[in-house]
Design a protein around this ligand. Structure first.
Ligand SMILES: Nc1ncnc2c1ncn2[C@@H]1O[C@H](COP(=O)(O)OP(=O)(O)OP(=O)(O)O)[C@@H](O)[C@H]1O
Ligand SMILES: [Mg+2]
Length: 188
């Protein structure tokens, strides 16, 4: 099923994580790292495989259409590189991956023969997602796919990332700050 508007109302949104990347091949693997981390933080790691596959297809398409695929990009190409934005939106029982690019051309699902080399990315997205679609944005469009999550997502991040590491870096140590402050005061 496809849909031409964002598949959620603002009041349904439990969390949003977003990353902006240059429209180059490196955006594909960087967005995978970003999404893996965000899904773990939001206790949605169970659907990691599907979300990463879907995101890889959408980001690859965005880079193919608006950026450069050869890695690394040639010097002359760096100047004209645009941005793609990858956004993970958490809803009560699903996540939406949105990939924004600077082209206003909508994606087109293709009918491909058995011997065709390409043209299957969106078919895979359609297979893995409950729904997908695209909508116009200022300066381009967003292509999105919605993947179901069960059990429902929590309302707050877990506080623990993968491997038991904290999901956010620890804040400064107050005792250390007091010692630095005392040292500075003594030096003045
Ligand atoms: N972000 C996009 N912006 C504009 N057009 C798009 C975008 N994504 C896909 N399309 C169009 O939709 C077509 C189908 O995309 P799809 O991902 O299914 O196949 P492909 O990218 O051509 O091949 P493959 O993904 O198998 O390598 C693309 O060929 C392209 O014309
Ligand atoms: Mg593709």
């Amino acid at each position: 099923m496809t849909c031409q508007a964002p598949p959620y109302q603002p009041q349904q949104v439990r969390f949003v994580d977003q990353l902006s990347l240059v429209a180059a091949q490196s955006a594909v693997r960087t967005s995978r790292h970003f999404l893996r981390f965000a899904l773990a933080k939001w206790q949605a790691a169970l659907i990691e495989d599907d979300v990463l596959l879907v995101a890889s297809e959408l980001v690859t398409n965005a880079v193919t259409v608006t950026g450069v695929l050869p890695e690394p990009p040639a010097w002359g190409e760096l100047e004209r590189l645009g941005l793609v934005h990858v956004r993970l939106v958490g809803l009560p029982d699903s996540v939406v991956v949105e990939v924004w690019d600077e082209s206003d051309e909508p994606p087109r699902l293709q009918r491909v023969g058995d011997d065709a080399e390409g043209g299957r990315g969106l078919l895979l997205v359609q297979e893995l997602a409950e729904r997908w679609g695209s909508y116009r944005t200022t300066g381009g469009k967003a292509v999105w796919a919605q993947v179901a999550v069960r059990p429902p997502l929590p309302r707050r991040p877990t506080g623990e990332g993968r491997g038991g590491r904290p999901a956010t870096p620890p804040g400064p140590d107050p005792a250390l700050l007091r010692r630095v402050r005392a040292g500075l005061d003594a030096a003045l």
